[in-house]
Design a protein around this ligand. Structure first.
Ligand SMILES: Nc1ncnc2c1ncn2[C@@H]1O[C@H](COP(=O)(O)OP(=O)(O)OP(=O)(O)O)[C@@H](O)[C@H]1O
Length: 599
């Protein structure tokens, strides 16, 4: 299979905050009812808070100052009711917001994952896996924390500001005017910082992606890293990427650190001014003691939501940065998609025809295939041989429609692949690669992956045909034993036979085998041979291989060189001709005579 070429995705232009809604509004739609309830809770909560403080004014003015106990009864009742209502609203708010946040986040992540899985391989391979993962986890979480938690909290904060400020004016408008002078200053201080915080938030999100990418690359290549003793280099690379993130976080901390004391100072100045002027107002009888006390309480409470709104603005910026990264991913279109007129391939017989097919990988300098033509009738075996890089795996990639030919066409049962739905084409094929793709699951699940819903009998037949009975019997939990990550608990040959069982259970009429025995030693390869032959019989098979024992029986052998077919025929005919195939054979024999070196 072709090596993935990954490059860092370029950062795109900033996404304005309203774009967030355009991009993710429809993800919110299923939660409309819960969000409406959440909005009501966010409105009730500030109203109840305002009422509770106001009741204390009444306690001071009606009970404490006149030293009269009588009104305390109804005031206490009211205070208790408000406290209970506040508790109930807070409970509902917490439950609702957790439920909406978590379900929204899951739905968003599932949408992103579905999209990414639907991308064509060329688009996917250009990305770093860790970066995609970081978008799927961290960036989605930022969007959630803005769109759901953030917006409802902001709504409550706005209402708090309105209610508290109104209460201030009702108590004493002169005092209120003084107290509120500080607010615009406050907002100004927050604004000055936000532009810079936004840039830093974007940088920090991008860095988080790079750090996960490095970790993913090191961990997925752990065997390589250890065998070549490069652990320290990997840690260093991780640290280098991480350091840039540390710098971004430090700048953010510096800004936040500056903002906090500034805000405190403004708050203190406001409080002192209120007390100074409030004493005068109290003496002039324009305000009651209770009024002044709750006034100071309201002022103290007023700064908290304003500060909350400042944080909301910051979170909006980091959400915008996250949204940019997710939108960029979601806007990537698969280069291979179903045409609107695409029809399913029904009851496939398995005839495969390549008609003058040329193909160049995106961004490559030369064609990987040029003018390749061949026909494989149902049930026949076509072997593709050739030197490394001659285009063998590309044939498999094109037949699975991971890519589309740049020229010519590929037909299955007489239908151009482009007229068929991707799903039905892939349903008609079973693939076995040199590098076996196994899931971290049981043997049963790995086999059933080939045919979801396969019953026990079908799985047992496939396991038997793949010569895995002995392996399964030796495992403590039989078919339900797990194979470890990427099947590491099995030997290479066993892994390959498991991959074959999966292909067999699929019952697809076309079998694609890309060097299925290349990673195995002679003994293990021999063990795969019989199951392989069983798998091939009755199916159209396209086999990419260097292994003479598997290609000897091919109906046709196609020899590729530099993406062109240079020879075709049966093993006997080609071996006798003394051309490129015979040369490949001789090279193989020499290889077989020299001991293998594990690279
Ligand atoms: N994803 C890719 N992007 C760009 N070029 C690619 C890609 N995959 C393969 N190529 C190039 O296309 C050519 C054919 O590759 P292909 O994988 O089909 O060769 P192959 O015959 O299967 O080789 P091998 O036997 O080494 O697996 C090579 O020159 C290779 O470098």
């Amino acid at each position: 299979m072709p090596r993935p070429r990954r490059e860092e995705p370029a950062s795109s232009a900033p996404t304005p905050i309203r774009k967030l809604f355009r991009a993710f509004g429809r993800d919110l739609a299923p939660f409309r009812a819960s969000i409406a309830a959440l909005v009501v809770a966010s409105m009730l909560s500030p109203a109840l808070e305002t009422a509770a403080v106001w009741l204390f004014k009444l306690v001071v003015d009606r009970v404490l100052v006149p030293r009269a106990l009588a009104p305390l009864g109804w005031l206490a009742l009211l205070l208790t009711c408000v406290a209970i209502a506040d508790g109930a609203v807070a409970f509902a708010d917490r439950l609702l917001s957790t439920s909406v946040s978590e379900r929204f986040l899951l739905a968003l992540r599932a949408r992103v994952l579905r999209h990414v899985l639907g991308l064509s391989l060329d688009g996917l391979e250009r990305r770093r896996l860790g970066d995609v993962l970081s978008r799927l986890t961290g960036d989605s979480a930022s969007i959630e924390s803005f769109l759901v938690s953030g917006l409802t909290a902001a709504l409550a904060d706005v209402l708090r500001v309105i209610f508290f400020a109104t209460a201030l004016f009702v108590i004493d408008w002169r005092l209120a005017a003084v107290a509120l002078v500080a607010l615009p200053l406050f907002a100004l201080a927050v604004r000055r910082f936000t532009g810079r915080i936004r840039e830093i938030a974007r940088e920090a999100r991008r860095r988080a992606g790079a750090v996960s990418a490095v970790a993913e690359e090191s961990l997925s290549n752990a065997a390589l890293v250890q065998a070549y003793g490069r652990e320290q280099d990997e840690v260093d690379r991780f640290r280098r990427e991480g350091l840039a993130g540390v710098a971004a976080q430090l700048s953010a901390a510096r800004l936040r650190g500056l903002l906090a004391p500034l805000v405190d100072l403004i708050e203190l100045a406001g409080g002192l001014a209120v007390i100074a002027i409030g004493t005068g107002e109290l003496s002039a009888g324009r305000v009651t003691l209770g009024g002044l006390l709750v006034f100071v309480t309201y002022v103290g409470k007023l700064y908290q939501p304003v500060r909350g709104l400042g944080t909301f603005v910051t979170s909006a910026h980091s959400a915008a940065a996250a949204a940019e990264r997710i939108v960029e991913l979601l806007e990537q279109r698969p280069s291979v998609e179903d045409r609107p007129s695409a029809r399913p391939l029904l009851g496939a017989r398995g005839e495969v025809v390549f008609e003058d097919v040329s193909f160049r990988y995106p961004g490559a300098a030369r064609d990987a295939l040029s003018g390749v033509s061949f026909r494989v009738r149902p049930g026949e075996l076509l072997a593709v041989v050739g030197a490394s890089g001659s285009g063998k795996s590309t044939i498999v990639n094109l037949l699975l429609r991971f890519y589309e030919p740049t020229r010519g066409r590929i037909l299955v049962d007489g239908h151009d692949l482009r007229d068929l739905t991707l799903r039905s084409l892939r349903d008609a094929t079973a693939l076995v690669l040199q590098e076996t793709l196994l899931l971290h699951a049981s043997i049963r699940e790995n086999v059933a992956y080939g045919q979801p819903g396969a019953d026990d009998a079908a799985i047992a037949r496939a396991v038997h045909a793949a010569d895995l009975d002995g392996v399964v019997a030796a495992l403590p939990e039989g078919l339900d034993s797990t194979v470890g990550q990427r099947g590491r608990r099995l030997s290479g040959g066993e892994r390959q036979r498991l991959a074959l069982a999966r292909a067999l259970v699929r019952g697809a009429p076309i079998l694609l085998l890309d060097e299925p025995t290349a990673a195995l030693d002679a003994a293990a390869a021999d063990r795969v041979l019989a199951p392989l032959q069983r798998a091939m019989s009755g199916r159209t098979t396209i086999l990419v291989s260097h292994d003479i024992s598997t290609i000897r029986s091919a109906t046709t052998i196609v020899v590729l060189d530099g993406g062109r077919v240079v020879e075709r025929g049966t093993h006997a005919a080609l071996a006798a001709r003394g051309g490129p195939y015979a040369r490949l054979l001789r090279a193989r024999e020499r290889d077989a005579a020299t001991p293998r070196v594990i690279a």
